[in-house]
Ligand binder design. Structure first.
Ligand code: FES
Length: 294
């Protein structure tokens, strides 16, 4: 007669990855590692490029807002030099660090995602295996101190959200000006992509637990605590997005990378941008920024 496996109180089988589950519980952690790992790898590569982040009126979201820039990387005519807030990178900028505006801005959205309640679940399970799934024995057995010790900084999440809401406004501004090329209103595939991207990232922020908390999540009882009607409506609005937060987290992450790939490809002249201006947005088709005295 086969001996029964060693178990913990409650019936969990002891041993890394051991479980009584019969379903493909491992599929979700593997997909998460592949998807988030690919997005991280691409985003890091793109952030270190420092050029081809703009095509015509389009600015990739990985480089927005462009606080400092290298004029040689801007691309020139009709482009978004006006996107740059404070001018050129200073002369003392260390030569071993690429003069890439993305390196200055990405820490904020990166911190928001790192501390997001959904992403915590994703990387605790998928990257750290603590545990890899419900009722599955994980790497750490009972020693997990989580957000009271090593991960105490996760509690800054709400402040990252407050800053990210400003970032959402900036992305809508970028989407808005992408409908104007050399002073003329028009529509390009890039404009539509930027608008969808800004909307997805706003949807991600609206579904944040901290956003929902702001408008009523902190109340124990809506009828007893008598919030305003507007507060209740905003809470219900946030709740709709909150219930879809995981899905929006995945879609918006992928779409940011897609937007960067699109604008980068147009800037390189690899693909044309279909637009009502009839303009070629490729950097190769424009005079160099230096020739324009930028
Ligand atoms: S952004 Fe996901 S919980 Fe706040």
């Amino acid at each position: 007669m086969a001996s029964s496996p060693e178990t913990l109180p409650g019936g969990h089988i002891i041993g890394l990855g051991e479980t009584r589950r019969k379903d493909n519980w491992w599929a979700s952690p593997i997909m998460t590692v592949v998807y988030i790992g690919a997005a991280l790898a691409y985003g890091t590569w793109a952030a270190f490029q420092g050029d081809h982040y703009q095509a015509g009126p389009y600015l990739t979201p990985l480089y927005s807002p462009t606080t400092l820039a290298d004029p040689a990387a801007i691309g020139g005519a009709g482009g978004g030099y006006g996107h740059v807030w404070f001018g050129n990178f200073p002369s003392w900028w260390p030569s071993f660090i690429p003069a890439s505006p993305a390196l200055l801005i990405l820490p904020l959205p990166g911190f928001l995602r790192l501390t997001c309640y959904y992403y915590r679940k994703a990387y605790y399970r998928s990257f750290m295996g603590t545990p890899p799934g419900c009722s599955v024995e994980g790497v750490l057995k009972g020693q997990y101190g989580g957000e009271t010790k090593l991960f105490l900084w996760q509690n800054f999440h709400r402040y990252a959200l407050y800053l990210a809401l400003i970032y959402n406004v900036i992305l809508f501004y970028d989407a808005g000006i992408s409908f104007f090329y050399k002073g003329s209103f028009g529509v390009g595939v890039g404009s539509i992509i930027l608008l969808v991207n800004a909307s997805l990232l706003a949807s991600y922020s609206f579904g944040c637990h901290s956003f929902r908390h702001l408008f009523g999540g902190r109340l124990d009882c809506f009828t007893c605590d008598s919030p305003s009607k507007a507060q209740h409506s905003t809470w219900k609005f946030a709740t709709w997005f909150n219930e879809r937060h995981m899905q929006v987290a995945w879609i918006s992450l992928g779409f940011v990378m897609f937007t960067d790939i699109y604008i980068r490809s147009v800037s390189h002249g690899i693909i044309p941008d279909l637009n009502t201006w009839g303009a070629n947005m490729s950097a190769a088709a424009r005079p160099a920024a230096a020739a324009l005295g930028l």
